[in-house]
Design a protein around this ligand. Structure first.
Ligand SMILES: [Ca+2]
Length: 199
C-alpha cells in the first residue's frame, strides 16, 4: 500500500467509527450524564460566586471596622485623620484610594465632631481639607459628588469667608477658629480627614 491508500483507509476507519459512535445507544446515557454534570458545575459556580461576594463584603466590613477603630465613629460615618500635609487633589485621591472621601460635615453636630477629632488626632492648631470646592463655578460650592453644599460653616465674624475669589477654590476647616471654614488655594498643603459611610 502506498501512502495514498493508507490515507483512504484511515478515512474509512474514521468515518465508520464516527457513525458507530453516533448510533451507539449509550450516547444518550452519556448525554444525560453530561447534562447532570453541567448542572452540578453550574450550581458549584453559583455557590463559589456567592462565597466570593460574601467574602468581599466581609473584607469591606472588616476594613471599615479597622478604619473606625483607628479613627473615630459618629452616626452614619467614620473619620480617619491623615496628618501628612498635601494638596487638595492629592488628599482627595488618597481618600478615594482608601474607599472613602474627604470629610464633608453636613450638620453642625458633624462639624463639631470633626473639629473635636482633628484637635485630638492632628493637633489644636491645624487646618484640614474639606470635601468642598468651587473650582467649576466661583462661589458655587459643591461636595465630592458634585452636589451643591447645603451645610456650610464659613467664618464670617472676622473675615467674611469665603473671600478668596478665583484664587481660593477649596475649603478648609480650622481648629484655631473653632471649626469654622475658610477658602484656600487648592495647591496649598494641608492635613486631611477621610470619611467612610457606615451602611
Ligand atoms: Ca473661589
Amino acid at each position: 500500500m502506498d501512502s495514498r491508500d493508507v490515507f483512504i483507509m484511515l478515512c474509512v476507519v474514521l468515518l465508520a467509527a464516527h457513525s458507530t459512535l453516533q448510533q451507539d445507544s449509550p450516547k444518550k446515557k452519556n448525554g444525560r450524564k453530561d447534562a447532570a454534570l453541567n448542572a452540578v458545575i453550574e450550581e458549584m459556580k453559583k455557590q463559589i460566586n456567592d462565597i466570593v461576594q460574601e467574602l468581599t463584603l466581609l473584607k469591606e466590613q472588616q476594613a471599615l471596622q479597622t478604619v473606625c477603630l483607628r479613627g473615630t465613629k459618629i452616626i452614619g460615618k467614620c473619620f480617619l485623620a491623615d496628618a501628612v500635609k498635601k494638596t487638595y487633589h492629592a488628599a482627595s485621591e488618597d481618600c478615594i484610594a482608601k474607599g472613602g472621601s474627604l470629610s464633608t460635615p453636613v450638620t453642625g453636630d458633624q462639624n463639631d465632631a470633626l473639629h473635636d477629632y482633628v484637635r485630638q488626632s492632628i493637633g489644636p492648631d491645624e487646618h484640614i481639607w474639606l470635601g468642598a470646592n468651587d473650582i467649576v463655578t466661583d462661589g458655587l460650592w459643591v461636595d465630592q459628588s458634585g452636589s451643591s453644599v447645603r451645610f456650610k460653616n464659613w467664618e464670617t465674624e472676622i473675615t467674611l469667608q469665603p473671600d478668596g475669589g478665583r484664587g481660593q477654590n477649596c475649603a478648609v476647616l480650622s481648629t484655631t477658629a473653632n471649626g469654622k471654614w475658610f477658602d484656600e488655594s487648592c495647591r496649598a498643603e494641608k492635613a486631611s480627614v477621610c470619611e467612610f459611610n457606615i451602611v
